[in-house]
Design a binder for this molecule. Structure first.
Ligand code: SAM
Length: 245
């Protein structure tokens, strides 16, 4: 296997079985693993029987740490870069480190693997041929509203990461803007209580206002393409996949 000075490694988003053989080999062969939370990652690596020096890399130190990692990689140390879950760089640290490596001409690779937005998009049943990913929905009211309006008017599917504390308010706002909009909340993906809540924006808003739903979630909003493809008709159910994480 080709060995790179720095490898970005996707980790499971809930089910520890979702790790590739290549990811395990790269983690085993690294001199140091860069991660957001050393305790979290230490526990996960221990589950796979891997013990490595850990170096914290998070949104508050990414700028300085990126230069340090690039310099140490240039000097011959081998790094694996992970985040708490999923693909590094997707609403997670990674992008600044990639830029620092590019600037210094340090070779790197990205190992494909779990990512919540892609998993949610495919499982939602909304058109997946064309989509927009907006990261975490803005907390500020005005910005959030214009993102939701844009999503309702768009021809493609829009995907956002959203907090369980805000989801009911967000769905209620979405229902105000476009009550018939085909919508999905993909929750606890790959975990024991994985569930796709599907419906029109107003149906989901009603469901989430009467019952609190916990856990990690992705909000997917069908655009005009979903309505044209009849997305609104089949969007009437909650679908618990009963995954055995
Ligand atoms: N890098 C990660 C990825 O590749 O998906 C995303 C990290 S971001 C900080 C965390 C957000 O991703 C959560 O707040 C949630 O919106 C979404 N997420 C992560 N794991 C999830 C899961 N198992 N089910 C649903 N959403 C998840």
């Amino acid at each position: 296997m080709i060995s790179y000075p720095v490898s970005f490694v996707a980790l499971p988003i809930g089910n520890r079985e979702d790790i590739t053989r290549r990811a395990l080999t790269v983690l085993e062969e690294a001199d140091c693993v860069c991660c957001e939370d050393t305790r979290n990652t230490g526990r996960l690596l221990a589950h796979y029987g891997i013990r490595k020096p850990l170096l914290s890399l998070h949104e508050h130190n990414e700028r300085e740490r990126s230069v340090e990692i690039a310099v140490r990689a240039e000097a011959g140390e081998k790094f694996a870069v992970v985040t708490d879950a999923g693909m590094p760089g997707v609403s997670d640290p990674g992008y600044r480190l990639i830029r620092a490596l590019q600037e210094r001409g340090v070779n790197y690779t990205v190992l494909p693997g779990p990512c919540a937005l892609v998993t949610a998009l495919v499982g939602s049943g909304l058109p997946s041929d064309s989509f927009f990913f907006g990261g975490f929905l803005p907390v500020k009211k005005g910005k959030r509203r214009s993102m939701l309006e844009g999503a309702v008017q768009a021809s493609h599917t829009s995907i956002f990461y959203e907090s369980p504390f805000r989801i009911a308010a967000t769905l209620s706002e979405l229902a105000e803007i476009g009550p018939e909009t085909p919508t999905c909340v993909a929750r606890e993906l790959t975990k024991l209580h994985e569930c796709y809540h599907r419906g029109s924006a107003s149906e989901l808003s009603a469901a989430f206002s009467t019952q609190k739903h916990k856990g990690e979630m992705v909000l997917l909003i069908g655009g005009t393409n979903a309505l044209a493809k009849g997305g609104g008709v089949c969007y009437t159910a909650e679908h618990d996949t009963g995954s055995s994480a």
